[in-house]
Structures are given as structure tokens and as C-alpha cells.
Design a protein around this ligand. Structure first.
Ligand SMILES: [Zn+2]
Length: 288
């Protein structure tokens, strides 16, 4: 990024003179100041950083690591000796940064398109089990990279369906919308003649036909879950969807709000999506 003059009427973005330093207390660094050659306004390189004006920038990476390792937001605040509102704000900031990172990450993958794709959905909830949410997951089965995570609302099912309608009213299913978003994200990352595997969900074939008409698409019947894998790892001897199921089990084990029978619960889909974006960055950069 390049310096631009802070004065609106001045369009100088080239000519600056060095003009002293200032000491930034939050991370004990000296920051170079510049002066605009045409209007004389002062500007510093600190303004180019996405962390500009953050007072606790040194704990950003610690929050990211803990938040992607099953630590709850309250416990992060306790451990780092900061307020829980600070953690909530940081997590939102980090999530948005990770979202931009993931976009660039997928663009880079276009050079070497994915040859073997596996995708599925993972069920969770917002606030109560009567408001379920589905997370569409796409995984590169060869490298185990996460290619997309999209959270969308679905209506309650099973015994809770009637009770949910009585209490919260009609809940529209946005599952197809989520799948559409997921396929748009990975459309250019996956090779046209790739091998695609999924389970037998009735929505899936229409999307695969539309986005990857020349791909080899195989569907498998889902197996019973084993307890150690949080219900995601199956009791099959050779699970054809192992890469995907193992990634789902990792999501369940590393994202506090997705753990089964946990005290941590998502309050909104937007916050869940930010958490997923941050985890996707963490998973693809630190674990792969
Ligand atoms: Zn200027």
C-alpha cells in the first residue's frame, strides 16, 4: 500500500518528505512520520496497517490461535486479562481480515486446480436447537485444504419442528442459497474434469450438474458415526468420504461453538460465519 495525502482537496500520493518519528505505546515501536510536499499535512505509515488505532494489537495473534483451538471467548478474555468486549471486537476484526485472506488464497489456487473435491453439510444451531443452521463444507480431498465454509439457516426438523413453528414462526430454508454461494466460491478453483464425492442429499446433484457438468460425480450412502469423531467420523472400515468427515470432525473439535453438548452457543449466523472464516484461514495456513 502507498501513502496518500489525508487532505481531501490534495491529490498527492507520490511526494512526501520524512518528518520525524513517534513512539507507539501499544507495541513499543517507532513509527515514521511524513509530510506532504504540496500541502504540508503530516501522515504516518501506521495508517496503512489494518490494526490502525488498536490499543491491544499485540494480543491479536494469541486471540486467533485460542479462538481456533476450542477456547471460549470468555476464557480468552480471562487468560489474556482483557475485557470480554475487547475479545468480541477483536474476533470480528480478525474474522473480516481472514475473509479477505481466504479470497486471495482461493485465487492463488486457480493455478493448480483441485482434482478431487468432497463436500457435505454440518448441522449446528443459533441460540437454541429450535433454530438450526447448516454449514456447507467443501474440502480438497488430496491436500485436506478447506475450500469453502458457508453457514445458512434451515427450519427445525424432527420432533422440534412443530414446537419451533409455534414459538419462532415460519423459518425459511436458505440451504440452497448457501450451496449456491459455496459453488460460486469454488467454481474456478476445482478442475472441470475433477472427481467429486458427496453423500446422497437430494439437493446436491442439481448444483454439481450446473457448475461441473463434465466432472465425475459419485454419491455414497452415509455411515453411522462413532463417538470419538463427534459423530462426524464414521464406523466404516474404509470411508470414501474420509477427508471430508475428518475435516468436519476437526471443525467440531476446534470451534468451541460447534462442539456437541458444549456450553458455547452461536448467537447469530453472522458471528458464526466470521468464526468459520477465521478457522478456515488458521486451518489452511497452520495445519496443512
Ligand atoms: Zn497534501
Amino acid at each position: 500500500m502507498k501513502l496518500t495525502c489525508p487532505e481531501n482537496s490534495c491529490h498527492n500520493n507520490k511526494f512526501f518528505k520524512k518528518d520525524g518519528f513517534y513512539f507507539r505505546k501499544s507495541d513499543s515501536k517507532y513509527i515514521q512520520r511524513y509530510r506532504c510536499n504540496s500541502c504540508g499535512k503530516r501522515i504516518s505509515t501506521a495508517q496503512l496497517s489494518p490494526c490502525y488505532r488498536q490499543k491491544k494489537r499485540t494480543i491479536n495473534h494469541l486471540i486467533e490461535a485460542m479462538y481456533c483451538s476450542k477456547v471460549s471467548m470468555r476464557r480468552i478474555a480471562l487468560n489474556l486479562n482483557v475485557d470480554k468486549k475487547t475479545v468480541a471486537r477483536k474476533v470480528e476484526f480478525l474474522g473480516l481480515q481472514a475473509r479477505m485472506f481466504n479470497q486471495k488464497y482461493l485465487q492463488k489456487l486457480r493455478v493448480n486446480p483441485v482434482e478431487h473435491l468432497q463436500f457435505d453439510d454440518l448441522i449446528t444451531k443459533e441460540r437454541t436447537k429450535m433454530l438450526p443452521v447448516t454449514i456447507s463444507v467443501a474440502v480438497d480431498a488430496e491436500t485436506r485444504r478447506i475450500l469453502a465454509l458457508v453457514a445458512t439457516q434451515i427450519p427445525a426438523f424432527g420432533l422440534l419442528a412443530k414446537k419451533s413453528r409455534a414459538k419462532y414462526g415460519y423459518r425459511k430454508s436458505e440451504h440452497k442459497l448457501g450451496l449456491e454461494q459455496m459453488f460460486q466460491k469454488i467454481e474456478k478453483v476445482v478442475a472441470k474434469n475433477a472427481l467429486i464425492r458427496s453423500d446422497e442429499h437430494k439437493f446436491y446433484p442439481e448444483f454439481v450438474d450446473r457448475y461441473f457438468p463434465s466432472a465425475v460425480y459419485i454419491r455414497y450412502k452415509g455411515g453411522r458415526g462413532c463417538i470419538a469423531g463427534q459423530g462426524e467420523l464414521k464406523r466404516l472400515a474404509r470411508d470414501p468420504l474420509f477427508a471430508l468427515n475428518h475435516t468436519c470432525a476437526m471443525l467440531r473439535d476446534n470451534i468451541s461453538r460447534l462442539v456437541r453438548k458444549s456450553w458455547c452457543v452461536s448467537q447469530s449466523i453472522e458471528k458464526l460465519q466470521l468464526h468459520l472464516d477465521l478457522y478456515m484461514k488458521f486451518h489452511n495456513t497452520k495445519l496443512i
